[in-house]
Design a binder for this molecule. Structure first.
Ligand code: ATP
Length: 235
């Protein structure tokens, strides 16, 4: 395996590269990560193992297209929490690619940049975009889904409440592109960022829902607290 990139953003790697040149099979987990929780980490780990990935890149969105107009925590906080959460896993890295681009954070544009990076390095690199069944259900509403499917394969994991599709269902929906979609069985965890935010807002415990370093960051920066909450989260 190549040089560890844990917690490392592009621009700080060898020759400013996002990846080690030896990274051939790369997973991409895009999200709002407001905040990152164990549900995200488990799917990344399980897809990494099931598909023998060299690297999983966590890509926090600057402006999630489906959350425009909603109140979102500043990107720097969200990215910092991702860095803390993935620290110590040599196959995980975080990318600021969407934070440094203006406008809505379209996955198709991100994949194009990552494919361009591989071309510049002169390596053949397989990209797997990791998403849940819930996200897959809304894929047709994404910006340029055909371009997405032409640049990567999808690694689809179950989100509790939305089961994995069957192969015939995928064929009915995606035709001859169904073979671009890999179904990966993972431990189903019902964690959601919105539930973490709701608990933090009222001073309820988020321990065991997020990594301890993320819990401490949320507490230190008083993220998600409702204005009138005087609960001490350090207890
Ligand atoms: P929110 O509750 O604010 O909508 P979220 O928990 O869905 O947030 P995102 O950052 O929007 O978190 O998710 C990024 C990706 O991870 C999406 O594909 C999402 O469906 C998936 N994901 C998030 N939580 C889980 C989970 N518990 N199990 C499986 N997939 C998940």
């Amino acid at each position: 395996m190549g040089r560890p990139l844990t917690g490392q953003a592009e621009g700080t790697g060898p020759a400013g590269s996002i990846f080690a040149a030896t990274d051939r099979r790369v997973g991409i987990l895009g999200g709002t990560f407001d905040p990152i929780h164990y549900g995200h980490l488990v799917i990344a780990e399980e897809v990494c193992e099931a598909l023998s990935l060299d690297r999983v890149l966590f890509v926090p969105a600057a402006v999630p297209p489906h959350k425009i107009g909603l109140s979102i925590t500043p990107a720097e906080h969200r990215a910092a929490m991702v860095e803390l959460a993935i620290a110590g896993n040599p196959r995980f890295a975080v990318s600021r690619i969407e934070l440094e681009r203006d406008g809505p954070s379209y996955t198709a544009d991100t994949l194009e940049t990552l494919a361009g990076e591989a071309a510049r390095q002169g390596v053949a690199r397989d990209l797997f975009f990791i998403l849940s069944t819930e996200a897959l259900a809304g894929l047709s509403g994404w910006h340029d889904p055909d371009r997405i499917l032409s640049m990567c394969r999808l690694a689809v994991v179950q989100r509790p409440g939305t089961p994995l599709p069957t192969k015939p269902e995928l064929e009915a929906r995606f035709g001859d592109r169904a073979d671009r979609i890999m179904l990966v069985e993972t431990v189903p965890l019902a964690h959601s960022a919105s539930a973490v935010r709701a608990r933090a807002a009222t001073g309820r415990s988020i321990r065991y829902l997020v990594p301890p370093a993320v819990e401490a960051y949320i507490c230190d920066h008083r993220l998600y607290r409702s204005d009138n909450s005087s609960e001490d989260c350090t207890k």
